[in-house]
Design a protein around this ligand. Structure first.
Ligand SMILES: [Zn+2]
Length: 344
């Protein structure tokens, strides 16, 4: 029988401090050359081990081989100048130093396929691989060539599809596209964002997911959340079109957030990765708090479609905090799993 409530993380985990500066986004590597390659692989082994030890069911690479979930992918493409970076406001919220698109973008070689193959060799558990979504890529760079967000997103979607097909061939079970920008630019999401995402998953036979959140627990994001009022209804704008899309799984922020849980009714029928761990605080959830969030979601998500998860990536957290949160997630999921089995 297939396991009920299989757990996973959104993707990123903290890096060991011998590999990169801890608790920092865009943290520079501490190693170079062959030592860096080996260091990344060792960090991936540690991330795998920590997930297995905590009881995580669907394993990710912890994003140990990338500096950032969007810019690392962009920097591997031709047509991009990543040395002369520019500072732009991303997600309509905060300044970031980003690569510049200077010419037609293309993927000359695989970006993460070797890393995925390496992870595949290390475990028989199902594995999930995260890629940036086309709209979030467009929103995390400076475009000096296309002058059209939609057209550039379409080019990225074709590139992402090439990468995704090779990840699938390498044995990845779930390919996830991270689209925090979906929570900001609703008109664009409905006009072309979801269409671009569907172009990125074209022809895939593995499962596909989209992750939409309120961001890492950095100050710009927590300040932004304070402006959103008592009910966060952003998801409502895009759920109807997502429900009708070809994407199999939708990954959402549900814990400690002000998202009204009944919005999940709008995506009934989809599998939902329910965020039950808050990444914006260092305090560790109790298993009972995790269980509560999952029980609330169960009113609107069928039990066989509910995947307990984290709200977002845990890259900026201290390692000890991230490890404890992984354990809380699994302990909370186990409580609800037993309740469901007892009621069956
Ligand atoms: Zn996120």
């Amino acid at each position: 029988m297939k396991k009920l409530l299989p757990t996973s993380t959104v993707g990123s985990l903290p890096k060991p401090l011998w590999l990169a500066e801890p608790e920092t986004l865009w943290s520079p590597w501490k190693l170079e050359g062959d030592a860096l390659i080996e260091g990344k692989q060792d960090a991936l082994r540690v991330a795998l081990q920590e997930q297995l030890h905590a009881g995580v069911d669907i394993i990710s690479d912890g994003e140990q081989t990338r500096q950032h979930f969007v810019t690392t992918f962009i920097e591997h493409l031709s047509g991009v100048d990543f040395e002369n970076r520019k500072t732009v406001k991303i997600r309509d919220r905060y300044d970031a130093s980003v690569p510049v698109v200077v010419d037609a973008v293309a993927r000359q070689k695989p970006v993460f396929v070797e890393d995925a193959r390496f992870l595949r060799q290390q475990t028989r558990q199902p594995i999930k691989w995260a890629l940036p979504g086309p709209m979030t890529m467009v929103d995390t760079l400076y475009d000096d060539h296309y002058n059209s967000r939609e057209q550039l997103a379409w080019e990225f979607a074709k590139i992402l599809n090439q990468e995704a097909r090779e990840l699938e061939a390498a044995g990845v079970d779930i390919i996830q596209f991270d689209e925090p920008a979906f929570n900001v630019f609703f008109d664009e999401v409905n006009d072309w964002g979801i269409a671009a995402l569907e172009r990125a998953v074209e022809g895939l036979k593995c499962e596909t997911a989209v992750h939409i959140c309120y961001g890492y627990g950095i100050k710009a994001n927590t300040d932004w959340k304070k402006t959103l009022g008592s009910e966060w209804r952003q998801y409502e704008e895009i759920f109807p079109k997502l429900q009708a899309s070809k994407i199999d799984i939708i990954s959402l922020e549900c814990h400690n957030s002000r998202v009204p849980v009944d919005l999940l009714e709008l995506i009934r029928g989809k599998k939902v990765m329910v965020g039950a761990i808050d990444v914006a605080t260092h305090s560790i959830e109790t298993p009972e708090e995790v269980a509560d969030t999952l029980r609330n979601a169960l009113q609107f998500v069928d039990a066989d479609k509910l995947y307990p998860c984290t709200n977002c990536g845990m890259a900026p957290l201290p390692r000890s905090v991230a490890t404890a949160k992984l354990e809380a997630l699994n302990a909370g999921a186990e409580i609800v799993r037993q309740e469901l089995l007892a009621a069956d």
